[in-house]
Design a protein around this ligand. Structure first.
Ligand code: GLU
Length: 486
């Protein structure tokens, strides 16, 4: 059996679209599942659309998410390879000569031809076709030129393009997700293969590269279906074996419109910057249009690799539901090992959080966050000298004198306790509740002012969590400060 090889072939347009990530994941899962290879190829033959820095950014994002390519030009200057991450992507603009060679081969064998048409001529041709309600496509006027005329024009250095000569008949695209799709070749334009600037178009470059790179499965977005018959024809003309195709459905907004192209909504790096953890992003994006098993939602990358099946990818568009992403991110954040969570927050906010108060506060707050970018605001109460209005210390069923008395009482109680009640939230809760019961006090009268004195906020974690995070000394300081305010 042939070694399975997949690739992603993004154009360097600046940022990594969430759809590109999904395609990357599907390709990655499929190749990993078959112990095959996953390649990255940059399709930058459209020079006008190329944005500087895109390639580095793409590699960085994929690397952060744990997707490494298995092959490519070696990045290290001395030629040594220590890890997978040392491979660069293949870059089409570095392979221009190769495509030209194949374009010329196609001309030589009569499957492609030179065209020297001026832009105005082509515009007029299309205009006339539209006016007479004909299909808009190249009318093959260049084929009227004799071999001598063509040679003379080439020798005179006239600019030219090379077009493929679409044969008559039908072309069947076999697609693992969509089944067979039959195209009438009459509907297919004589596609330009080589542009006047010497660069290939996407269509020529993709076929040449997928062939030379022995790509066995082309898994890509549905928007490429209409281009695929051209590719199938080119494979045939060049005597290459076509890969297996699988076109994955579009991503949609919740209102079922095509997913926005606005960078802020769809760029993977922006999601990472907002504090979506990599495992959640991978899980979420991988299950857009694919679900390994009916009712489960959370899958590790290894489970996704094992269970991925192209045949199980939905045909219908997949809706990108941000609430679900938030929910999933929260699930992952809660499940992280505490140390791992703290490290990720540190990387995220760019500072070390080495005080015990900070560490404990993070452990408390993490079940309340959907994204890591919510952390700085939530932990303010543990770090800053909190400021608040004394009025909020008073519980709705009490008054200021009662608040004062309760704080005094709980302070005395805490002062008399050993450090060990601060070992866990549960032990603190048991101790404080015991104190309330023994003294026949009301929960609200005690716990409300206590909690506000510790957090300075009407909405905050429970007083037991706060006591645990702040520790005895800081807690007593805050209670005293509150008493000073009353
Ligand atoms: N360069 C195309 C893109 O930007 C690649 C399409 C394909 O995978 O063939 O998406």
């Amino acid at each position: 059996m042939k070694r399975i090889r997949t690739r992603i072939a993004p154009s360097p347009t600046g940022y990594v679209h969430i759809g590109t990530l999904r395609t990357a994941l599907f390709n990655y899962f499929f190749s990993r599942q078959h112990d095959g290879d996953f390649l990255i190829r940059i399709e930058d033959t459209d020079r006008e659309r190329t944005v500087d820095g895109s390639i580095e950014n793409l590699l960085d994002v994929l690397h952060q998410l744990g997707l490494e390519n298995d092959e490519g030009p070696v990045l290290e200057k001395d030629g040594s390879i220590t890890e997978k991450g040392d491979y660069g992507p293949y870059v089409q603009s570095e392979r221009i000569e190769i495509y030209k060679e194949y374009a010329l081969k196609l001309v030589a064998q009569g499957d492609a031809y030179y065209c020297f048409d001026a832009k105005e001529e082509l515009d007029a041709m299309r205009e006339a076709q539209r006016a007479t309600k004909q299909r808009v496509k190249y009318d093959r006027r260049a084929l009227k030129l004799s071999d001598e005329e063509v040679r003379a024009k080439l020798e005179a250095g006239e600019p030219y393009v090379i077009r493929m000569k679409v044969p008559e008949g039908e072309t069947v695209v076999e697609d693992l997700i969509r089944g067979n799709i039959t195209f009438n070749n009459e509907e297919v334009d004589d596609q330009i293969l080589l542009k006047s600037d010497g660069y290939p178009t996407y269509h020529l470059a993709v076929v040449v590269d997928d062939s030379l790179m022995n790509i066995t499965h082309v898994i890509r977005g549905e928007e490429w279906v209409p281009s695929t018959p051209k590719h199938v024809m080119l494979y045939k003309m060049l005597g290459f074996e076509a890969p297996v195709y699988a076109h994955v459905p579009l991503l949609l907004n919740p209102d079922k419109t095509k997913l926005s192209k606005r960078q802020g909504d769809v760029s993977v790096e922006d999601y990472l910057k907002k504090g979506y953890v990599k495992e959640a992003l991978v899980n979420f994006v991988a299950t857009l249009g694919f679900n390994p098993s009916g009712d489960r939602e959370i899958f590790t990358i290894d489970e996704l690799i094992d269970s991925f099946k192209l045949e199980k990818v939905n045909k219908a568009g997949a809706v990108l539901n941000k609430e679900k992403l938030d929910w999933m991110n929260n699930q992952y954040i809660r499940a992280l090992d505490a140390e791992d969570f703290i490290e990720r927050v540190e990387v995220f906010i760019g500072t070390r959080l080495d005080s015990e108060i900070m560490r404990r506060s993070l452990i408390i707050e993490r079940s309340r966050i959907d994204r890591l970018d919510q952390v700085p605001e939530l932990i303010e109460i543990y770090s800053a000298d909190i400021d608040y209005d004394a009025a909020i210390l008073v519980w709705k069923k009490g008054d200021s004198a009662d608040a004062m008395m309760q704080l005094e009482g709980v302070k005395t109680f805490l002062e008399g306790q050993g450090e060990n009640i601060f070992d866990s939230v549960e032990s603190i809760e048991a101790a404080v509740k015991g104190y309330i019961a023994e003294n026949n006090l009301q929960n609200g009268n005690v716990l409300w002012p206590l909690r506000i004195s510790l957090s300075g906020r009407e909405h905050s974690p429970s007083p037991f969590e706060l006591l645990w995070a702040l520790g005895k000394d800081e807690a007593l300081k805050r209670i005293e400060r509150a008493m000073g305010k009353l």
